[in-house]
Design a protein around this ligand. Structure first.
Ligand code: ADP
Ligand code: MG
Length: 334
């Protein structure tokens, strides 16, 4: 869907911000760009909607080279969300969101109706519609930013550290909301963050950049953690500091009666905790009894997702990742 083939950005002052980037951000998936400050994440992101022009290689969106696309037309299909939500301060919330559909030809009434619908979609109380941005909290403003980016129903959504400026509790709820939204809308999302925890939580695939604009590794989260390509990635994902794991327990694949029902704070059950990583009925790994505890729980389609802290998750993951699909498990450095 979004293909980088040897894409380079050299700024006029000679700075190489992105150096021969090769990756494909798949359609309907969340691709995360993560890495230390200054490693070229924002530059890579902004080349997708041609806010920055590549100086080498080929960058295609939906098969079309961005340099041969009309920038206005290109951007119509690409929503963009940044850290400071970038709302119009003198317009109400509903009008902030409605502006985009109106720009592309909707009537004021239709655009406002759509805006109200989007407020609900992103989890904002519609009673806030008549307020101004300054009357909303940071987290609420970010939700408006997301709603506005979705207003023209673009197939692609670019998000540059959208949740970095909000406090950790609100950030978590925004992350959950994004995952829920994504499971309903199935956008192609490219999400930039410097926070490896956020990358692991949100990414179907994660691109780790190193300073100098080089891609260090591009893989599913579980693979990054269990098979980092080098010391830089290893260090960045914090492999040596123990694990927090996300295991998907699927009610499709295990008889429901044998599924442990866990809550946050619970120790892992004595008979071990199975980690199911693909659609087959075979649990692919176990965490030793009593060696971990649940830190988060989320109900997702088909089962529950538990985050666990455990020193022995590594073995489970190694088993999991040697499966052909290797999907459904993510680990998080603690
Ligand atoms: P990140 O988003 O990962 O923090 P950026 O993509 O913003 O990094 O920047 C990557 C590198 O490119 C940095 O060294 C930054 O200083 C440099 N850079 C960004 N924009 C420009 C510019 N307009 N001119 C020159 N250098 C730039
Ligand atoms: Mg940046």
């Amino acid at each position: 869907m979004i293909e980088f083939r040897g894409v380079t950005k050299r700024f006029p002052d000679g700075t190489v911000a992105v150096d021969e980037l090769d990756l494909v951000a798949e359609q309907g998936r969340i691709t995360v760009f993560v890495g230390p400050s200054g490693c070229g994440k924002t530059t890579s992101l902004r080349m997708i909607n041609r806010m920055i022009e590549p100086t080498g290689g080929e960058l295609r969106v939906d098969g079309r080279d961005v340099l041969s696309a009309d920038p206005a037309e290109l951007r119509r299909g690409i929503g963009y969300v940044i850290q400071q939500a970038g709302l119009f301060p003198h317009r109400t919330i509903v009008d902030n969101i409605a502006t985009v559909p109106m720009l592309v030809g909707s009537s004021k009434k239709a655009a406002r109706d759509r805006a109200m619908e989007l407020m609900e979609i992103v989890g904002l109380d519609t009673s806030m519609a008549r307020r101004y941005p300054a009357q909303l909290s940071g987290g609420q403003q970010q939700r408006v930013g997301v709603a506005r980016a979705l207003a023209a129903d673009p197939p692609v959504l670019l998000m540059d550290e959208p949740f970095s400026a909000v406090d950790p509790i609100v950030r978590e709820s925004l992350q959950e909301e994004l995952l829920r939204l994504q499971s309903e809308l199935g956008k192609t999302i490219v999400f930039v963050t410097h926070d490896i925890d956020e990358a692991i939580k949100l990414g179907d695939k994660v691109a780790v950049f190193r300073v100098g604009g080089k891609l260090a590794q591009y893989d599913e989260p579980g693979v990054l953690l269990s098979r980092p390509v080098d010391g830089f990635v290893d260090n960045f994902v914090g492999r040596d500091r123990g694990y927090r794991g996300l295991g998907f327990l699927s009610s499709d694949t295990i008889p429901i009666g044998s599924l442990p029902v866990l809550s946050v704070g619970d120790p892992l059950p004595d008979d071990g905790w199975s980690v199911v990583v693909d659609g087959s009925a075979r649990p692919l790994g176990w965490i030793e009894a009593g060696e971990g505890r649940v830190t988060e729980e989320a109900i997702v389609p088909g089962g529950s997702l538990y985050a666990v802290e455990s020193g022995s998750l590594r073995g489970a993951l190694d088993a999991a990742l040697s499966s052909p699909s290797g999907q459904g498990v993510a680990v998080d450095a603690d």
